[in-house]
Ligand binder design. Structure first.
Ligand code: DGJ
Length: 788
């Protein structure tokens, strides 16, 4: 009897089988395979036992679960790897044994109660439900496979149902288990800390157990839930790779186990550490949704699968695929030190520069002049803002700007009316003084009264006038986890219930305020995940706004998330987090590959910077669809040392924008090849450097070598020129056909290398960068270079 379940996407196949023992096996996940009459060739040949094997039944003496590719494993029946499920029964026993029962497939997909899940109607997705049963214990487990064929994405989640007459304690219930046979893999994770999130880390997988998790109460800046398994020689444009992400914002775990027998298991789901859920008779528990994808042609394709999926099935509502406004945020410009006059001056300047949205960040409420007070008291500080938010908004709107506001609803300061009135609303463990983070505590969102209060408090804030954008911040990790609303045996549910509580609040506010553009934030990217993106279409990527650091942060983030969800701002130089100096053009060129904003004191800008910014904003607006929603590609810089190339390419391959970025400048390494993959092969393209300006101060005494007039380096004239004179970077204008650009590239004019300057030399010092527009200009065309 064959129980094969063969799921196909356009380029991948996922095949399930049932072992003779009745256990559900993962037969294959990879490049698409045709349906077969006989799946024998794929099956493991269990013709002799292996040493120290434990076999579940004497009927099948050669089958030990420990060396099979299984779909969902438990404890106690001879599979000694990390399990997907761990239960404790009323009698204290822990053995589980789930067998295949039945399956059904239908068009469309179910939602998940209480949790966000991917969208998808009957035309987008087909679901296969596989029912497993542990008959001896009266449990059923439904494994859901939602197949998004056009996206090469399969999502998974599991529902456990307790049909026994006794409660069961759930210690672990993962969203997905993926067992793969053999191979040399790298486990790729995206790790970091505050202001340096999601740096790519590759670990060659050796036999052992690897854990990528968070215990902070959120998805964390330490280890993002997005992970990859890449084959040994996998690169951006070649090689096999798998991706996994989780639609969840709380403690998660991605556990990888590689055995000496050559099997690799990846688990993803709620972190079992600190988790325990009491499942009463007749109750069910459903896991968050895991998102899986496979590419046989490298990482850019894998990212593409994830990006399109996020854009079409995770982000939702009025802002799905809608162009996002260019914003000014006052945080790095003023921090807490502002008043109405300062804000209006900033807004006026922003409007002059073409910026579209003004965001009032932290410090507008209570008596908050620093981070020691007022979180929880969401009433305006009339001293700073006479006339309140309601009075400010029309003034901002009359400048032609939308208005947005910052909130941090999940938090409370000890020094706040809210804390004084409800000390029991903040998270603490009985008999212990709670730990602080940024002088604040976290509210207990497991409590229905806290949730009801927050919904109304926020609805009040959002109704103070024409508020069109909200930044929802969360600036500390959870500690002292415990809730007075939960019985002692349910305290292990605390973290998950916190996340469920948060989702309930977000769902209600998004329902009430569908037109608001929400941006989620958690000290930058401490909660950058697919769960938040189901409610808030964009996320503040990092508190690190340094352009060079952002190459790693945005670049790392781009493996799993599209640029259309990444907030990216131009801030002051030297940078507030790194003290690194970089030019206004480089700061823009990096931020342009995200949702552009400015976060610096615009009232202090030199005429030079103002002119540069004005042109940047108009360039960004002119190419906004492409920059925000084009296909994002990380392009290997073949010739460059410490060089990065990013590109965004239109779906039809007729236009693109590429960015070339440099770390430290090296003499003799200035010959760059600009490759732009994904262009229409037969078409001819014009590649032009975005007009960019160089501040003549950058040349120091060498200024006389680049200017036709003689001036004293660092003298008064030099200083005056530096703030007014728009010295243009060399004009770059090339022609090439699409296949050449995509498959190889064009040699750019050389960068300055100390051996002479003329107007065909690209000035490119430390952290230099340039954007190039790539536009189709006709049919086939021979490569030619137009002398600049
Ligand atoms: C942390 C955020 O990431 C910053 O952008 C800013 O909003 C501050 N919080 C305000 O306290």
């Amino acid at each position: 009897m064959s129980n094969i379940i063969h799921l196909d996407t356009e380029r991948t196949s996922y095949i399930l089988d049932v072992l003779p023992t009745g256990h559900l096996a993962g037969l294959y996940y990879g490049r698409r395979l045709r349906a077969m009459d006989d799946y024998g060739p794929l099956r493991q040949k269990n013709v002799v036992p292996y040493g120290t094997m434990v076999n579940v039944s004497q009927e099948h003496k050669n089958i030990g679960l420990d060396d099979q590719c299984l779909e969902y494993s438990g404890l106690g029946k001879g599979d000694y790897r990390e399990p997907a499920i761990e239960l404790v029964f009323a009698d204290g026993s822990r053995t589980t044994d789930f067998h295949y029962d039945s399956s059904r497939t239908y068009s469309g997909r179910p939602g998940i109660e209480g949790l966000p899940s991917a969208l998808g109607g009957e035309a987008d997705v087909q679901t296969t439900e596989v029912m497993l049963r542990d008959a001896e214990r009266g449990l059923s487990l439904v494994l859901n496979y939602c197949v998004y064929a056009k996206y090469d994405v399969i999502t998974r989640f599991a529902t456990l149902r307790n049909d026994s007459a006794e409660p069961v304690r759930v210690g672990r219930l993962m969203s997905a288990q993926l067992d793969l046979p053999g191979g040399s893999w790298n486990f790729v994770t995206f790790d970091g800390c505050w202001a340096y999130e999601r740096e790519r880390n590759d670990r060659p997988v050796r036999p052992g157990i690897y854990v990528n998790d968070s215990k902070t109460g959120n998805s964390s800046n330490r280890h993002n839930p997005f992970v990859m398994l890449t084959s040994e020689n996998c690169a951006e444009d070649s090689g096999e790779c798998y991706a996994s992400n989780l639609v969840y914002s709380g403690n998660h775990a991605e556990i990888l186990e590689a055995t000496y027998q050559g099997k690799v298991r990846l688990l993803t789901g709620i972190n079992p550490s600190g988790f325990e859920w009491l499942l009463e008779e007749g109750q069910t528990f459903t896991t968050p949704e895991a998102v899986l994808s496979y590419s046989a042609t490298g990482l850019n394709q894998l990212s593409r699968n994830m990006h399109r999926f996020v854009q079409d099935f995770i982000v939702r509502g009025e802002w799905q695929r809608k162009e996002r406004p260019v914003l000014i945020n006052n945080w790095e410009a003023t921090e807490f030190d502002f008043d109405k006059r300062k804000l209006l001056a900033l807004a006026k300047e922003a409007a002059n520069l073409g910026i579209e949205l003004f965001v009032l960040d932290d410090g507008w409420f209570g008596k908050r002049d620093d981070d020691t007070s007022s979180l929880g008291d969401w009433t305006v500080n009339e001293k700073k803002l006479p006339g309140g938010i309601a009075g400010l908004i029309p003034k901002i709107n009359s400048l032609g700007l939308k208005f947005g506001i910052w909130v941090e609803p999940e938090m409370v300061n000890e020094d706040s009316d809210l804390y004084r009135a409800h000390p029991d609303w903040s998270i603490a463990t009985p008999g212990r003084a709670p730990a602080y983070g940024r002088n604040q505590f976290v509210l207990d969102l497991t409590r229905p009264d806290v949730r009801a209060y927050l919904i109304e408090a926020m609805a009040g804030v959002f109704s103070q006038g024409n508020i069109e954008y909200v930044k929802w911040d969360m600036n500390r990790n959870i500690s002292d986890a415990w809730s007075g609303a939960l019985s002692p045996e349910r305290q292990g549910e605390f973290h998950h219930r916190y996340v469920l509580g948060l989702y309930e609040i977000l769902a209600e506010l998004v329902r009430r305020f569908p037109a608001i553009l929400f941006e989620s934030c958690a000290s930058g990217g401490n909660r950058f995940d697919l769960g938040m993106l189901c409610y808030m279409p964009q996320t503040w990527t990092s508190d690190d706004t340094d352009a060079y650091a952002r190459l790693s942060i945005q670049g790392g983030t781009s493996y799993g998330y599209p640029q259309s969800v990444m907030g990216a701002h131009v801030s002051a130089s030297p940078n507030m987090q790194t003290l690194r100096a970089s030019t206004i053009e480089t700061r823009f060129n990096v931020a342009a590959f995200g949702l552009l904003g400015y976060e610096l004191d615009l009232t202090m800008l030199s005429p030079f910077d103002k002119k540069a910014i004005k042109e940047q904003v108009s360039f960004y607006k002119a190419h906004r669809t492409l920059l925000q929603f084009g296909r994002f590609l990380r392009v290997p810089a073949r010739l460059g040392a410490d060089k990065t190339i990013w590109a965004v390419v239109s779906e039809d391959g007729t236009e693109a924008i590429a960015g070339l970025f440099q770390g430290s400048a090296k003499v003799g390494r200035g010959q760059d090849l600009l490759t732009v993959p994904g262009l229409e092969p037969g078409a001819a393209f014009a590649v032009r450097g975005r007009p960019q300006y160089i501040n003549v101060k950058a040349f120091g005494n060498l200024v006389n070598r680049v200017l036709p007039v003689k001036i004293r380096g660092d003298g008064v004239l030099h200083t005056v020129l530096s703030s007014h004179y728009m010295f243009r970077m060399a004009t770059e204008d090339y022609r090439a056909n699409g296949d050449l650009l995509s498959d190889y590239g064009i040699m750019l004019i050389p960068q300055f290398s100390g051996t002479g300057y003329n107007d065909s030399v690209r000035i490119f010092s430390d952290y230099g960068s340039r954007l190039y527009t790539v536009e189709k200009i006709g049919g086939d065309h021979m490569i030619s270079m137009v002398t600049p």
